[in-house]
Design a binder for this molecule. Structure first.
Ligand code: HEM
Length: 244
């Protein structure tokens, strides 16, 4: 995603560290330290993305040219926002996928033998582990919704992870099945704010996992006692090396 926006190869490794600080400061559970670290990361990201606009390559520069310099600050902030949106949940998908593969050698063998099954594998991980567990909606007009009286302005917490487990949407929801037919995934939310990054997330995570399988990483080294980052909406394993 960074490359697509125009971040130089040499700067890519810095991005996850900054994005992680930013992501953690947005959490309502964050304290003064996280807020401060997040503020510093946001300032650095904005400076770096401003600098990107001086380079005539990448998506960000193309957009700037198209907008003829208008909405400059909005463009830069949105580019940072886009990278941040792409980061946390995709990292969760990758980490949960690796954990699942480390627990199931048969699944690993099946994917090694037939990498074309990778999308089905990732969709089952997204369905069962849901890197984003919920999203919010606000009521526009008073009325009755699913049998409940609601008032304008009410907040509704939509439990995407629970919807994935509804047997009316996915029969025998507790079973992890590559050959599941008619699979329904609510992990990316729904109209009108549905996640625009689904295809990208699947291809980033798919490419990463295929590389892990090809390079024969030692799955026995994946710790089985992983904990999860404290969060009100993300299911993000605390990964010893790359995510910490
Ligand atoms: C496994 C990976 C991902 C998951 C589980 C995920 C999940 C979500 C969810 C649940 C929402 C809120 C949807 C709603 O409220 O209806 C969302 C919004 C969004 N996502 Fe993702 N996302 C992922 C990856 C990405 C990537 C790679 C990008 C970057 C291209 C991205 C960009 C966005 C943006 C820009 C929004 C805001 C959309 C809006 O408010 O209109 N996401 N995502």
């Amino acid at each position: 995603m960074g490359s697509l926006l125009g971040v130089a190869e040499s700067d890519l490794a810095q991005m996850p560290k900054l994005l992680k600080k930013l992501a953690f400061c947005f959490s309502p559970l964050s304290g003064p330290d996280e807020l401060e670290r997040g503020k510093q990361a946001a300032a650095e990201l904005l400076t770096r993305f401003e600098a990107l606009l001086l380079e005539p390559k990448g998506l960000l520069s193309s957009l700037e040219r198209e907008l003829k310099g208008e909405c400059h600050a909005v463009l830069v902030a949105n580019a940072v926002g886009l990278l941040w949106q792409a980061f946390e949940a995709t990292a969760g998908l990758l980490a949960s996928s690796l954990l699942r593969l480390s627990q199931d050698p048969q699944l690993r063998t099946a994917l090694e033998a037939d990498p074309a099954q990778m999308p089905d594998f990732l969709l089952e991980v997204l369905r069962t582990e849901s890197p984003i567990q919920n999203t919010r909606r606000y009521v526009a007009r008073a009325g009755v919704l699913a049998g409940q009286t609601v008032q304008a302005g009410d907040a509704i917490l939509v439990l995407l992870a629970a919807a994935n487990q509804d047997p009316r949407a996915n029969p025998e929801p507790e079973r992890f099945r590559l050959d599941r037919t008619g699979r329904q995934i609510f992990t990316f939310g729904g109209e009108p704010h549905t996640c625009p990054g689904q295809v990208l997330a699947l291809s980033i995570a798919g490419a990463g996992l295929l590389e892990c399988l090809r390079s024969r990483i030692d799955f026995l080294e994946v710790p089985q006692d992983l904990t999860y980052h404290t969060s009100v909406n993300a299911r993000l394993p605390v990964w010893p090396t790359c995510l910490n």
